[in-house]
Design a binder for this molecule. Structure first.
Ligand SMILES: [Zn+2]
Length: 301
């Protein structure tokens, strides 16, 4: 498939994926490829698309569905609908509401909610858990509060989000507390020793220089946004604004159970902000590795 740095338009999409077969073929070829060794007869391809929208080995007839083990498995929606929904997701800057998906595709609210949340989970998988920094590299850390998060009929609460950024990409997570005991193990696990860590003056970060990092603080309380050494947390501060705009402006009410998906959706969009075309192609082409072959036919997809 041609990959350009320009975001794919709906007309480009219609040209590249005119029917369901083209989508099924793309999924199979991006996950397995025509040279995939058949798990039953051990011979390499070729594979042909049969009437059940599965690929079958041309020698022994063993069938493989490209959907198995992906976000598309156990879904009755055509693959083309999934691809179109993913395209719509990649065309916005601050996120997309479930109500918009319902209107756009003519789905019920429940269906659009399920579909959108599956896509958000898939985006979360793409975000992964990157390790940041290295000797002499600058990494920003910061935490923020998001208020008004629902707690399943028990009123609202605030969520604490901790973020790490190397100014190219961001990784965020929900943390129960923002004290030293909570944040330091995360910092140790996600940032390489010797990294120059930029943070604000929050007291939980006071001991970072004792555990193998070079630590530079900006004291925001006295209006210092750039330290004398030139360190700052401007990248994460800007990111928090985008995240909160997405949650308050688009989703309005988010429950604690699903907050992580919305946070990861924003993170995914931020990671690919300079490569908008890759956003769509990665979503439809990169999936978890195929499951071991069970010897039985795949039930769905
Ligand atoms: Zn075979």
């Amino acid at each position: 498939m041609p990959i350009t740095q320009k975001s794919l338009s709906i007309f480009d999409f219609e040209g590249l994926f005119p029917n369901e077969d083209s989508c099924v073929s793309h999924l199979f070829n991006s996950r397995f490829g025509q040279n995939y060794a058949c798990p039953k007869c051990d011979k390499e391809g070729p594979w042909y698309l049969n009437k059940y929208k599965r690929f079958a080995c041309s020698r022994c007839g063993c069938q493989i569905s490209g959907r198995s083990g992906t976000v598309f498995s156990y879904s009755n929606h055509p693959l083309r609908t999934w691809f179109r929904a993913m395209l719509v997701f990649t065309h916005t800057r601050t996120g997309i509401s479930n109500a918009f998906i319902a209107r756009h595709f003519g789905f019920s609210h429940e269906t659009s909610w399920r579909l959108a949340n599956k896509i958000r989970s898939h985006m979360a998988w793409h975000c992964g858990t990157p390790i940041f920094g290295g000797a002499g590299e600058h990494v920003e850390i910061d935490e923020t509060l998001i208020r008004g998060i629902r707690r399943g009929g028990k009123g609202s609460c605030r969520a604490i989000i901790f973020g790490i950024s190397d100014r190219k990409r961001v990784s965020t997570m929900i943390v129960p507390k923002r004290n030293r005991a909570t944040l330091e193990p995360i910092i140790r696990a996600r940032i390489r020793p010797g990294t120059i860590i930029n943070s604000d003056g929050w007291r939980a970060y006071d001991h970072l220089s004792e555990i193998g990092f070079e630590h530079i603080k900006c004291n925001h309380k006295i209006g210092q946004w750039v330290s004398e050494e030139g360190a700052h947390t401007r990248h994460l501060d800007t990111y928090w604004t985008t995240l909160k705009r997405s949650i308050r402006g688009i989703h309005l009410h988010v429950s604690m159970d699903h907050l992580e998906k919305y946070i990861k959706e924003c993170e995914f969009r931020h990671t690919f902000r300079k490569k908008p075309a890759d956003m769509f192609w990665d979503l439809i082409s990169k999936h978890p590795p195929p499951l071991p072959f069970s010897g039985k036919r795949y039930r769905k997809g």
